[in-house]
Design a protein around this ligand. Sequence first.
Ligand code: N01
Length: 481
Amino acid sequence: MVLNVAIIGSGFAGLGAAIRLRQAGIDDLAIFERASDLGGTWRDNSYPGCRCDVASNLYSFSFAANPRWSNTFSYQPEIWRYLQDVASKYDLRPLIKFNHDVTDITFDTSANLWTITTSQGLYVARCVILATGGLAEPRLPEIAGIDTFEGPIMHTARWQTSLDLVGKRVAVIGTGASAIQTVPQIASIVGHLDVFQRTPSWVLPHQGHPVLERTKRLFAALPLAQKLNRAYGYWKRELLLLGFVKDPARMTRAETIAREHLERQVNDAELRAKLTPSYRLGCKRVLLSNDYYPALVRENVDLITQSIECVEPRGVRTSDGRLHECDVIIAATGFFVTDNPMGEKVHSTSGAPLSDAWRGNMAHYKGTMFPGFPNLFMLSGPNTSLGHSSIIFMLESQLNYVLSAIQRALSSNSLLEPTSEAAQRWTSSLQEKLPGTVWGTGCSSWYLNESGRNTTIWPDFTFKFRAQTRRFEPRDHVSTR
Ligand code: N01
Protein backbone atom coordinates (compact mmCIF):
# COMPACT_ATOMS: atom_id res chain seq x y z
CA MET A 1 0.00 0.00 0.00
CA VAL A 2 1.21 3.49 -0.83
CA LEU A 3 0.92 5.84 2.13
CA ASN A 4 -0.18 9.38 1.53
CA VAL A 5 2.15 10.60 4.26
CA ALA A 6 4.85 8.84 6.25
CA ILE A 7 5.63 10.67 9.48
CA ILE A 8 8.92 9.78 11.14
CA GLY A 9 8.86 10.20 14.92
CA SER A 10 6.09 10.33 17.53
CA GLY A 11 7.15 13.25 19.70
CA PHE A 12 5.41 16.62 19.78
CA ALA A 13 6.14 17.18 16.07
CA GLY A 14 4.99 13.81 14.76
CA LEU A 15 1.81 13.76 16.81
CA GLY A 16 1.01 17.35 15.89
CA ALA A 17 1.51 16.57 12.20
CA ALA A 18 -0.82 13.54 12.33
CA ILE A 19 -3.53 15.54 14.10
CA ARG A 20 -3.42 18.39 11.61
CA LEU A 21 -3.38 16.06 8.58
CA ARG A 22 -6.34 14.07 9.82
CA GLN A 23 -8.27 17.21 10.66
CA ALA A 24 -7.75 18.23 7.03
CA GLY A 25 -9.22 14.91 5.89
CA ILE A 26 -5.89 13.36 4.82
CA ASP A 27 -5.83 9.65 5.59
CA ASP A 28 -3.49 6.77 4.80
CA LEU A 29 -0.89 8.00 7.23
CA ALA A 30 1.60 6.11 9.32
CA ILE A 31 3.89 7.29 12.09
CA PHE A 32 7.16 5.38 12.28
CA GLU A 33 8.60 5.23 15.78
CA ARG A 34 11.85 3.46 16.62
CA ALA A 35 10.96 2.97 20.29
CA SER A 36 8.17 0.96 21.87
CA ASP A 37 6.36 4.03 23.15
CA LEU A 38 5.60 7.55 21.92
CA GLY A 39 6.89 10.86 23.22
CA GLY A 40 10.28 11.57 21.64
CA THR A 41 12.62 13.58 23.78
CA TRP A 42 10.02 13.72 26.59
CA ARG A 43 10.00 9.92 26.70
CA ASP A 44 13.77 9.63 26.54
CA ASN A 45 14.80 12.28 29.05
CA SER A 46 13.63 10.64 32.24
CA TYR A 47 16.58 11.67 34.40
CA PRO A 48 15.63 12.91 37.87
CA GLY A 49 14.69 16.60 37.82
CA CYS A 50 14.02 16.82 34.07
CA ARG A 51 11.76 19.78 33.49
CA CYS A 52 10.85 22.16 30.68
CA ASP A 53 12.28 25.67 30.89
CA VAL A 54 9.32 27.13 29.01
CA ALA A 55 6.02 27.53 30.84
CA SER A 56 3.62 24.66 30.18
CA ASN A 57 0.76 26.85 29.06
CA LEU A 58 2.96 27.89 26.14
CA TYR A 59 4.88 24.64 25.78
CA SER A 60 1.81 22.66 24.68
CA PHE A 61 -0.38 22.55 21.59
CA SER A 62 -2.57 25.62 21.09
CA PHE A 63 -5.40 23.25 20.13
CA ALA A 64 -4.96 20.93 23.11
CA ALA A 65 -4.71 23.05 26.23
CA ASN A 66 -4.22 21.19 29.50
CA PRO A 67 -6.00 22.96 32.36
CA ARG A 68 -4.52 20.52 34.87
CA TRP A 69 -0.77 21.28 34.70
CA SER A 70 0.37 20.85 38.28
CA ASN A 71 3.29 23.27 37.92
CA THR A 72 3.70 26.40 35.81
CA PHE A 73 6.89 24.75 34.43
CA SER A 74 6.13 21.05 34.27
CA TYR A 75 8.43 18.14 34.96
CA GLN A 76 9.09 15.45 32.35
CA PRO A 77 6.61 12.81 33.64
CA GLU A 78 3.73 15.24 33.28
CA ILE A 79 4.77 16.43 29.80
CA TRP A 80 5.14 12.84 28.66
CA ARG A 81 1.70 12.06 30.12
CA TYR A 82 0.30 15.08 28.26
CA LEU A 83 1.58 13.61 24.97
CA GLN A 84 0.05 10.24 25.83
CA ASP A 85 -3.26 11.96 26.56
CA VAL A 86 -3.12 13.90 23.29
CA ALA A 87 -2.42 10.66 21.39
CA SER A 88 -5.44 9.03 23.06
CA LYS A 89 -7.74 12.01 22.59
CA TYR A 90 -6.99 12.14 18.85
CA ASP A 91 -6.88 8.35 18.52
CA LEU A 92 -3.36 8.36 17.10
CA ARG A 93 -2.05 5.10 18.52
CA PRO A 94 -3.41 2.93 15.66
CA LEU A 95 -1.31 5.04 13.28
CA ILE A 96 1.96 4.44 15.09
CA LYS A 97 4.26 1.66 13.93
CA PHE A 98 6.31 1.12 17.07
CA ASN A 99 9.77 -0.49 17.01
CA HIS A 100 10.23 0.63 13.40
CA ASP A 101 13.68 2.17 13.23
CA VAL A 102 14.01 4.16 10.00
CA THR A 103 17.39 3.50 8.44
CA ASP A 104 17.01 5.09 5.01
CA ILE A 105 14.69 7.45 3.12
CA THR A 106 15.33 7.65 -0.60
CA PHE A 107 13.28 9.02 -3.48
CA ASP A 108 12.43 6.46 -6.14
CA THR A 109 12.53 8.50 -9.34
CA SER A 110 10.89 5.74 -11.41
CA ALA A 111 7.80 5.61 -9.18
CA ASN A 112 7.93 9.23 -7.92
CA LEU A 113 7.54 7.94 -4.39
CA TRP A 114 9.64 7.94 -1.26
CA THR A 115 10.94 4.57 -0.09
CA ILE A 116 11.27 4.31 3.67
CA THR A 117 13.49 1.49 4.87
CA THR A 118 12.81 0.44 8.44
CA SER A 119 14.06 -2.30 10.75
CA GLN A 120 10.76 -4.05 9.97
CA GLY A 121 10.62 -3.71 6.21
CA LEU A 122 10.09 -1.26 3.36
CA TYR A 123 7.26 1.28 2.99
CA VAL A 124 6.43 3.72 0.22
CA ALA A 125 4.81 7.13 0.56
CA ARG A 126 3.86 10.12 -1.56
CA CYS A 127 4.99 12.57 1.13
CA VAL A 128 7.34 12.33 4.08
CA ILE A 129 7.37 14.43 7.24
CA LEU A 130 10.56 14.16 9.26
CA ALA A 131 9.60 14.75 12.88
CA THR A 132 12.70 13.25 14.42
CA GLY A 133 13.66 16.26 16.55
CA GLY A 134 16.95 18.00 17.20
CA LEU A 135 17.55 16.50 20.64
CA ALA A 136 17.14 12.84 19.79
CA GLU A 137 20.65 11.42 19.58
CA PRO A 138 22.64 11.54 22.84
CA ARG A 139 26.27 12.54 22.46
CA LEU A 140 28.71 10.68 24.68
CA PRO A 141 31.91 12.61 25.32
CA GLU A 142 34.93 11.68 23.25
CA ILE A 143 37.43 11.29 26.05
CA ALA A 144 40.55 9.12 25.83
CA GLY A 145 40.16 5.88 27.74
CA ILE A 146 36.41 6.22 28.31
CA ASP A 147 35.91 2.62 27.16
CA THR A 148 38.24 1.38 29.89
CA PHE A 149 36.04 2.63 32.75
CA GLU A 150 35.09 -0.30 34.98
CA GLY A 151 31.72 1.04 36.14
CA PRO A 152 28.56 2.04 34.29
CA ILE A 153 28.44 5.12 32.07
CA MET A 154 24.98 6.57 31.61
CA HIS A 155 23.85 9.47 29.41
CA THR A 156 21.16 11.69 30.95
CA ALA A 157 18.90 10.95 27.96
CA ARG A 158 19.28 7.19 28.55
CA TRP A 159 18.72 7.14 32.29
CA GLN A 160 18.69 3.67 33.84
CA THR A 161 16.36 3.67 36.81
CA SER A 162 17.74 0.26 37.79
CA LEU A 163 21.15 1.83 38.44
CA ASP A 164 21.20 2.53 42.16
CA LEU A 165 23.19 5.69 42.90
CA VAL A 166 22.63 5.65 46.65
CA GLY A 167 25.92 6.04 48.48
CA LYS A 168 27.95 5.77 45.24
CA ARG A 169 30.82 7.97 44.07
CA VAL A 170 29.42 9.63 40.97
CA ALA A 171 31.01 11.83 38.29
CA VAL A 172 28.76 14.11 36.22
CA ILE A 173 30.39 15.39 33.02
CA GLY A 174 28.85 18.60 31.67
CA THR A 175 27.07 21.58 33.18
CA GLY A 176 24.33 22.37 30.65
CA ALA A 177 20.52 22.24 31.01
CA SER A 178 20.39 18.51 31.78
CA ALA A 179 23.19 18.57 34.35
CA ILE A 180 21.88 21.51 36.33
CA GLN A 181 18.54 19.77 36.71
CA THR A 182 19.82 16.39 37.74
CA VAL A 183 22.76 17.39 39.97
CA PRO A 184 20.48 18.75 42.75
CA GLN A 185 18.36 15.60 42.61
CA ILE A 186 21.19 13.11 42.98
CA ALA A 187 23.49 15.17 45.23
CA SER A 188 21.54 14.26 48.34
CA ILE A 189 21.55 10.50 47.72
CA VAL A 190 25.03 9.80 46.36
CA GLY A 191 28.05 9.29 48.59
CA HIS A 192 30.20 11.78 46.69
CA LEU A 193 29.59 13.79 43.54
CA ASP A 194 32.20 15.34 41.24
CA VAL A 195 30.74 17.76 38.69
CA PHE A 196 33.11 18.30 35.75
CA GLN A 197 32.61 21.74 34.26
CA ARG A 198 34.25 22.77 31.00
CA THR A 199 32.38 26.07 30.60
CA PRO A 200 30.17 27.69 33.27
CA SER A 201 26.55 28.41 32.36
CA TRP A 202 24.54 31.53 33.07
CA VAL A 203 21.88 30.54 35.58
CA LEU A 204 18.83 32.70 36.33
CA PRO A 205 16.34 32.20 39.18
CA HIS A 206 13.55 29.77 38.29
CA GLN A 207 10.06 31.27 38.44
CA GLY A 208 8.19 27.93 38.29
CA HIS A 209 5.73 27.06 41.03
CA PRO A 210 2.83 24.69 41.70
CA VAL A 211 -0.47 25.72 40.13
CA LEU A 212 -3.25 26.45 42.61
CA GLU A 213 -6.31 24.20 42.52
CA ARG A 214 -8.54 27.21 41.94
CA THR A 215 -6.47 28.22 38.90
CA LYS A 216 -6.86 24.72 37.44
CA ARG A 217 -10.62 24.93 38.03
CA LEU A 218 -10.70 28.36 36.38
CA PHE A 219 -8.79 27.11 33.31
CA ALA A 220 -11.09 24.08 33.02
CA ALA A 221 -14.25 26.15 33.32
CA LEU A 222 -13.10 29.13 31.30
CA PRO A 223 -10.64 28.13 28.52
CA LEU A 224 -10.34 31.79 27.53
CA ALA A 225 -8.58 32.49 30.85
CA GLN A 226 -5.91 29.92 29.98
CA LYS A 227 -5.62 31.32 26.45
CA LEU A 228 -5.00 34.78 27.92
CA ASN A 229 -2.37 33.35 30.25
CA ARG A 230 -0.71 31.70 27.25
CA ALA A 231 -0.82 34.92 25.24
CA TYR A 232 0.68 36.88 28.15
CA GLY A 233 3.54 34.34 28.44
CA TYR A 234 4.05 34.42 24.68
CA TRP A 235 4.38 38.19 24.37
CA LYS A 236 6.60 38.46 27.45
CA ARG A 237 9.00 36.03 25.79
CA GLU A 238 8.85 37.80 22.43
CA LEU A 239 10.16 40.94 24.14
CA LEU A 240 13.25 38.99 25.24
CA LEU A 241 14.18 38.76 21.59
CA LEU A 242 15.23 42.40 21.64
CA GLY A 243 18.27 41.33 23.68
CA PHE A 244 18.94 38.05 21.88
CA VAL A 245 18.79 39.47 18.38
CA LYS A 246 18.48 43.21 18.11
CA ASP A 247 20.99 44.37 20.71
CA PRO A 248 22.93 41.74 22.72
CA ALA A 249 24.25 44.51 25.02
CA ARG A 250 20.75 44.51 26.55
CA MET A 251 21.70 41.19 28.16
CA THR A 252 23.74 43.10 30.76
CA ARG A 253 20.66 43.44 32.95
CA ALA A 254 19.98 39.71 32.95
CA GLU A 255 23.68 39.08 33.61
CA THR A 256 23.42 41.25 36.74
CA ILE A 257 20.40 39.24 37.92
CA ALA A 258 22.32 36.00 37.33
CA ARG A 259 25.41 37.29 39.19
CA GLU A 260 23.25 38.37 42.14
CA HIS A 261 21.60 34.95 42.11
CA LEU A 262 25.04 33.33 42.27
CA GLU A 263 26.19 35.67 45.06
CA ARG A 264 23.09 34.93 47.13
CA GLN A 265 23.56 31.19 46.82
CA VAL A 266 27.34 30.73 46.92
CA ASN A 267 29.40 32.37 49.69
CA ASP A 268 32.75 31.03 48.62
CA ALA A 269 34.37 33.64 46.33
CA GLU A 270 36.66 31.08 44.70
CA LEU A 271 33.72 28.82 43.79
CA ARG A 272 31.76 31.86 42.56
CA ALA A 273 34.63 32.81 40.27
CA LYS A 274 34.64 29.31 38.78
CA LEU A 275 30.90 29.54 38.17
CA THR A 276 30.96 32.96 36.51
CA PRO A 277 30.76 32.81 32.72
CA SER A 278 32.94 35.04 30.60
CA TYR A 279 30.69 35.14 27.56
CA ARG A 280 27.48 37.06 26.90
CA LEU A 281 24.32 35.69 28.52
CA GLY A 282 22.19 34.01 25.86
CA CYS A 283 25.11 32.91 23.67
CA LYS A 284 24.66 29.42 25.10
CA ARG A 285 21.25 28.28 26.32
CA VAL A 286 20.22 30.34 29.40
CA LEU A 287 19.52 28.06 32.35
CA LEU A 288 16.99 28.41 35.14
CA SER A 289 17.52 26.89 38.59
CA ASN A 290 17.11 27.65 42.26
CA ASP A 291 18.75 24.47 43.49
CA TYR A 292 21.85 23.95 41.30
CA TYR A 293 24.19 26.30 43.17
CA PRO A 294 23.01 25.09 46.62
CA ALA A 295 23.78 21.53 45.45
CA LEU A 296 27.33 22.54 44.51
CA VAL A 297 28.06 23.93 47.98
CA ARG A 298 27.14 20.66 49.67
CA GLU A 299 29.92 18.91 51.62
CA ASN A 300 29.75 15.83 49.38
CA VAL A 301 29.91 17.74 46.08
CA ASP A 302 32.98 19.12 44.27
CA LEU A 303 33.02 21.27 41.17
CA ILE A 304 36.02 20.25 39.08
CA THR A 305 37.17 22.83 36.55
CA GLN A 306 40.51 21.31 35.53
CA SER A 307 40.12 19.86 32.07
CA ILE A 308 39.60 16.14 31.74
CA GLU A 309 42.74 14.37 30.56
CA CYS A 310 41.33 10.87 30.25
CA VAL A 311 39.10 8.27 31.83
CA GLU A 312 40.76 5.33 33.52
CA PRO A 313 39.27 2.10 34.85
CA ARG A 314 38.75 3.64 38.30
CA GLY A 315 37.79 7.20 37.50
CA VAL A 316 38.43 10.47 35.70
CA ARG A 317 41.92 11.94 35.51
CA THR A 318 42.23 15.70 35.14
CA SER A 319 45.05 17.74 33.60
CA ASP A 320 46.55 18.46 37.05
CA GLY A 321 47.32 14.73 37.31
CA ARG A 322 44.61 13.97 39.87
CA LEU A 323 42.50 10.85 39.59
CA HIS A 324 38.89 11.43 40.67
CA GLU A 325 37.77 7.96 41.58
CA CYS A 326 34.13 7.12 40.91
CA ASP A 327 31.74 4.18 40.62
CA VAL A 328 29.43 5.69 37.98
CA ILE A 329 29.88 8.29 35.23
CA ILE A 330 26.89 10.32 34.14
CA ALA A 331 27.34 12.04 30.78
CA ALA A 332 25.23 15.19 30.67
CA THR A 333 26.98 16.03 27.44
CA GLY A 334 24.12 16.92 25.14
CA PHE A 335 23.08 15.72 21.71
CA PHE A 336 24.15 15.44 18.09
CA VAL A 337 22.23 18.45 16.81
CA THR A 338 23.87 19.96 13.73
CA ASP A 339 25.39 16.54 13.05
CA ASN A 340 22.25 14.52 13.82
CA PRO A 341 22.78 11.08 12.20
CA MET A 342 19.22 11.19 10.80
CA GLY A 343 20.44 13.69 8.21
CA GLU A 344 22.72 11.01 6.70
CA LYS A 345 19.77 8.66 6.17
CA VAL A 346 17.71 10.95 3.94
CA HIS A 347 18.77 11.46 0.32
CA SER A 348 17.79 13.92 -2.38
CA THR A 349 16.86 12.92 -5.93
CA SER A 350 20.55 13.31 -6.79
CA GLY A 351 21.73 11.37 -3.74
CA ALA A 352 22.84 14.29 -1.55
CA PRO A 353 22.30 13.68 2.18
CA LEU A 354 19.98 16.02 4.07
CA SER A 355 22.77 16.56 6.59
CA ASP A 356 24.27 19.00 4.05
CA ALA A 357 21.63 21.50 5.17
CA TRP A 358 23.02 21.47 8.72
CA ARG A 359 26.58 21.61 7.47
CA GLY A 360 25.62 24.76 5.61
CA ASN A 361 26.29 23.17 2.21
CA MET A 362 22.63 23.10 1.18
CA ALA A 363 20.09 25.90 1.31
CA HIS A 364 16.77 25.26 3.05
CA TYR A 365 13.41 26.86 2.58
CA LYS A 366 11.75 28.05 5.81
CA GLY A 367 13.61 25.31 7.69
CA THR A 368 10.98 22.97 6.27
CA MET A 369 11.70 22.09 2.63
CA PHE A 370 14.82 21.49 0.59
CA PRO A 371 15.57 21.67 -3.16
CA GLY A 372 15.95 18.13 -4.51
CA PHE A 373 13.65 16.62 -1.86
CA PRO A 374 10.18 16.67 -3.47
CA ASN A 375 7.24 16.36 -1.08
CA LEU A 376 9.58 15.98 1.89
CA PHE A 377 9.11 18.21 4.90
CA MET A 378 11.10 18.60 8.06
CA LEU A 379 9.74 19.79 11.40
CA SER A 380 12.28 21.45 13.72
CA GLY A 381 14.45 21.78 10.63
CA PRO A 382 17.44 24.09 10.20
CA ASN A 383 17.12 27.53 11.81
CA THR A 384 13.78 26.87 13.47
CA SER A 385 14.98 26.38 17.07
CA LEU A 386 14.69 29.12 19.63
CA GLY A 387 16.65 30.49 22.54
CA HIS A 388 13.82 32.58 23.92
CA SER A 389 10.45 30.90 23.48
CA SER A 390 8.46 27.75 22.84
CA ILE A 391 9.45 25.42 20.02
CA ILE A 392 5.82 24.24 19.90
CA PHE A 393 4.84 27.63 18.47
CA MET A 394 7.42 27.15 15.71
CA LEU A 395 6.20 23.59 15.06
CA GLU A 396 2.62 24.73 14.68
CA SER A 397 3.78 27.43 12.25
CA GLN A 398 5.65 24.85 10.18
CA LEU A 399 2.59 22.62 10.25
CA ASN A 400 0.51 25.37 8.61
CA TYR A 401 2.94 25.38 5.72
CA VAL A 402 3.34 21.62 5.51
CA LEU A 403 -0.40 21.03 5.54
CA SER A 404 -1.06 23.55 2.83
CA ALA A 405 1.74 22.07 0.68
CA ILE A 406 0.63 18.46 1.18
CA GLN A 407 -2.99 19.27 0.36
CA ARG A 408 -1.82 20.80 -2.89
CA ALA A 409 0.58 17.95 -3.71
CA LEU A 410 -1.99 15.23 -3.07
CA SER A 411 -4.92 16.94 -4.75
CA SER A 412 -2.92 17.65 -7.91
CA ASN A 413 -0.88 14.44 -7.68
CA SER A 414 2.27 16.51 -8.03
CA LEU A 415 5.74 16.75 -6.57
CA LEU A 416 6.62 20.03 -4.90
CA GLU A 417 10.01 21.32 -3.99
CA PRO A 418 11.38 24.78 -3.39
CA THR A 419 13.41 26.42 -6.14
CA SER A 420 17.12 26.74 -5.42
CA GLU A 421 16.76 30.53 -5.68
CA ALA A 422 13.98 30.69 -3.07
CA ALA A 423 15.90 28.43 -0.69
CA GLN A 424 19.10 30.40 -1.20
CA ARG A 425 17.28 33.68 -0.58
CA TRP A 426 15.79 32.36 2.64
CA THR A 427 19.02 30.83 3.95
CA SER A 428 21.18 33.82 3.01
CA SER A 429 18.90 36.29 4.75
CA LEU A 430 19.22 34.30 7.98
CA GLN A 431 22.97 33.93 7.66
CA GLU A 432 23.33 37.69 7.19
CA LYS A 433 21.38 38.30 10.38
CA LEU A 434 22.87 35.64 12.68
CA PRO A 435 26.40 36.98 13.24
CA GLY A 436 24.98 40.17 14.81
CA THR A 437 22.88 38.26 17.36
CA VAL A 438 23.82 37.07 20.82
CA TRP A 439 24.60 33.60 19.40
CA GLY A 440 27.34 35.18 17.31
CA THR A 441 29.12 36.87 20.22
CA GLY A 442 31.84 34.26 20.48
CA CYS A 443 31.06 31.17 22.53
CA SER A 444 30.85 27.54 21.52
CA SER A 445 27.36 26.08 21.62
CA TRP A 446 25.26 23.33 20.12
CA TYR A 447 23.59 25.99 17.97
CA LEU A 448 26.73 26.19 15.80
CA ASN A 449 27.94 23.56 13.36
CA GLU A 450 31.52 22.36 13.00
CA SER A 451 32.53 25.41 10.99
CA GLY A 452 30.91 27.85 13.44
CA ARG A 453 27.86 28.55 11.31
CA ASN A 454 24.54 28.81 13.14
CA THR A 455 22.23 26.36 11.38
CA THR A 456 19.95 25.93 14.36
CA ILE A 457 18.39 29.16 15.56
CA TRP A 458 15.57 31.28 14.15
CA PRO A 459 16.93 34.80 14.68
CA ASP A 460 13.75 36.83 14.73
CA PHE A 461 10.36 37.23 16.36
CA THR A 462 8.37 34.00 16.19
CA PHE A 463 5.29 35.85 14.93
CA LYS A 464 7.31 36.74 11.81
CA PHE A 465 7.96 33.04 11.23
CA ARG A 466 4.25 32.39 11.75
CA ALA A 467 3.40 35.02 9.13
CA GLN A 468 5.92 33.59 6.64
CA THR A 469 4.68 30.02 7.01
CA ARG A 470 0.98 30.82 6.95
CA ARG A 471 0.40 29.22 3.57
CA PHE A 472 2.12 27.56 0.66
CA GLU A 473 3.76 30.00 -1.75
CA PRO A 474 3.55 28.53 -5.29
CA ARG A 475 5.98 31.03 -6.81
CA ASP A 476 8.82 29.72 -4.62
CA HIS A 477 8.37 26.11 -5.76
CA VAL A 478 8.62 23.91 -8.78
CA SER A 479 5.81 21.48 -9.29
CA THR A 480 6.12 18.35 -11.43
CA ARG A 481 3.73 15.48 -12.05
O1 N01 B 1 23.43 19.49 26.69
P1 N01 B 1 24.35 20.77 26.40
P2 N01 B 1 22.17 19.36 27.66
N1 N01 B 1 34.21 17.11 28.30
O2 N01 B 1 24.93 20.51 25.05
C1 N01 B 1 29.74 19.54 28.33
C2 N01 B 1 17.48 20.96 25.96
N2 N01 B 1 17.13 20.63 27.32
O3 N01 B 1 21.69 17.96 27.55
O4 N01 B 1 29.68 24.04 27.39
C3 N01 B 1 33.66 17.90 29.22
O5 N01 B 1 23.68 22.04 26.65
C4 N01 B 1 29.49 20.86 27.70
O6 N01 B 1 30.56 21.75 27.94
P3 N01 B 1 30.76 23.07 26.99
C5 N01 B 1 17.90 22.40 25.94
O7 N01 B 1 17.54 22.98 24.74
C6 N01 B 1 16.20 21.40 27.89
O8 N01 B 1 22.47 19.88 28.98
O9 N01 B 1 30.58 22.60 25.57
N3 N01 B 1 32.46 18.48 29.09
C7 N01 B 1 28.18 21.27 28.40
O10 N01 B 1 28.42 21.76 29.68
C8 N01 B 1 19.38 22.27 26.11
O11 N01 B 1 20.11 23.38 25.73
C9 N01 B 1 15.90 21.21 29.19
O12 N01 B 1 32.13 23.53 27.29
C10 N01 B 1 31.79 18.22 27.98
C11 N01 B 1 27.47 19.92 28.52
O13 N01 B 1 28.47 18.92 28.43
C12 N01 B 1 19.65 21.04 25.28
O14 N01 B 1 18.57 20.17 25.58
C13 N01 B 1 16.48 20.20 29.91
C14 N01 B 1 32.27 17.37 26.98
C15 N01 B 1 26.48 19.70 27.41
O15 N01 B 1 25.48 20.63 27.51
C16 N01 B 1 20.92 20.31 25.60
O16 N01 B 1 21.13 20.30 27.00
C17 N01 B 1 17.42 19.42 29.30
C18 N01 B 1 33.55 16.82 27.18
N4 N01 B 1 34.11 16.01 26.25
C19 N01 B 1 17.75 19.64 28.00
N5 N01 B 1 31.37 17.33 25.99
C20 N01 B 1 14.97 22.15 29.77
O17 N01 B 1 13.92 22.42 29.24
C21 N01 B 1 30.35 18.10 26.35
N6 N01 B 1 30.59 18.65 27.56
C22 N01 B 1 15.40 22.82 30.97
